[in-house]
Design a protein around this ligand. Structure first.
Ligand code: SF4
Length: 338
């Protein structure tokens, strides 16, 4: 899609236009991904972070947060529960925590690989290329690093002390190390324009990412954006749909943020507009609430196994089913078959 066409869709809220857009995105999803909904079990293992991202409750200036770091044994216990639920991907996520050494995380990856038939996604932020290579050598399969916004000026405004070009360097490094690469963006950030959101979608398409997570901005009181408006649900779902059409084979989660932004669970709307992934949270129950990127996160009081049953019902309600395969990047599968 041309950027101008994406902008036209993002600006158009006429019901018939939305119906046509969502049907088109759903058709692309069905053609490339089928009707299965993939599950990725997430384990949030450290809420410490050295950064001050303006939208994130984990930012280091939030002194009210009761921070935690899981032990290797606690992570392995969570991964065991993911395996017990027949899920074949774990996403290990943390803030940018310099106490997490490359060697320690490599040992965690190796132990998971030794015990379970499971793909491992890491999402621990910006690190030196040597760290990415170390974890890849240990067996990690995928790396998730959201750009959040592809507009360098807006990125700079939202990320004091961080560097847009270093973000791009990290994305290039993880790709060069052989990871399947995930990216993503936030919709509805302060001073973000429709042109910016269209630019994010073009960025995703041009960089051929394997996974792309798009969620609405949800303000956190302990951040500098705490008084701002939430991102729009309709705008976020339009961005998901347009990303599906623009990228074809990328895995697109119906993000937990979409499920948490209002009373209704809007993940179902995203699944009907191009998304094909859900991410049940397997962080130990005692710690789930303490990983508060934004407030009101859905299902933090639930047992993770209960969430899987809930997701099965959600899939069935729209005539889809849970796909318990690893769900590797389709581009990777195609290149292996060649
Ligand atoms: S978005 Fe990530 S890097 Fe930024 S403050 Fe939150 S956890 Fe840290």
């Amino acid at each position: 899609m041309k950027k101008s066409e994406i902008i036209d869709y993002l600006k158009d809220d006429h019901p018939s236009s939305l119906t046509e857009l969502y049907a088109r995105a759903d058709g692309v999803r069905k053609e490339y991904m089928g009707d299965g909904i993939l599950l990725r079990g997430i384990v949030e293992f450290s809420s410490f972070c050295k950064n001050t991202c303006s939208y994130c409750g984990l930012n280091k200036n939030n002194t009210h947060l009761d921070r935690f770091r899981l032990t290797k044994e606690q992570i392995l216990e969570s991964v065991g529960r993911i395996a017990g639920a027949r899920i074949k991907t774990v996403v290990l996520q943390s803030g940018e925590d310099d106490e997490i050494s490359a060697g320690w995380l490599a040992a965690v990856v190796k132990d998971i690989k030794a015990r379970y038939d499971m793909a491992i996604t890491l999402s621990v932020g910006e690190r030196p290329r040597a760290d990415y290579q170390c974890w890849r050598d240990a067996g990690a399969d995928r790396y998730l690093l959201k750009i959040e916004t592809a507009n360098p000026a807006l990125y700079a405004a939202l990320h004091p002390q961080m560097d847009f070009n270093n973000r791009l360097r990290c994305l290039e490094d993880v790709r060069a190390c052989g990871y399947q690469v995930g990216c993503g963006a936030i919709v509805g950030l302060k001073d973000q324009t429709i042109d910016d959101i269209a630019g994010d979608i073009v960025f995703f398409s041009e960089n051929n990412f394997d996974m792309i997570g798009i969620g609405p901005f949800i303000p956190h009181a302990a951040t500098v954006l705490g008084g701002e408006q939430k991102g729009g649900v309709a705008l976020t779902i339009k961005a998901v749909a347009l990303t599906r059409i623009a990228t074809g084979t990328a895995h697109l989660p119906a993000t937990t943020a979409l499920g948490s932004v209002g009373e209704k669970d809007y993940r179902i709307d995203a699944l009907k507009a191009g998304a094909n992934v859900l991410m049940p949270n397997f962080t130990p129950k005692a710690f789930k609430k303490r990983y508060e990127i934004y407030p009101g996160k859905r299902c933090v009081d639930e047992d993770s196994e209960h969430c899987v049953g809930c997701m099965q019902a959600l899939a069935a309600s729209i005539g889809r089913h849970i796909d318990y395969s690893r769900g590797d990047a389709l581009k990777t599968i195609v290149s292996v078959l060649r």
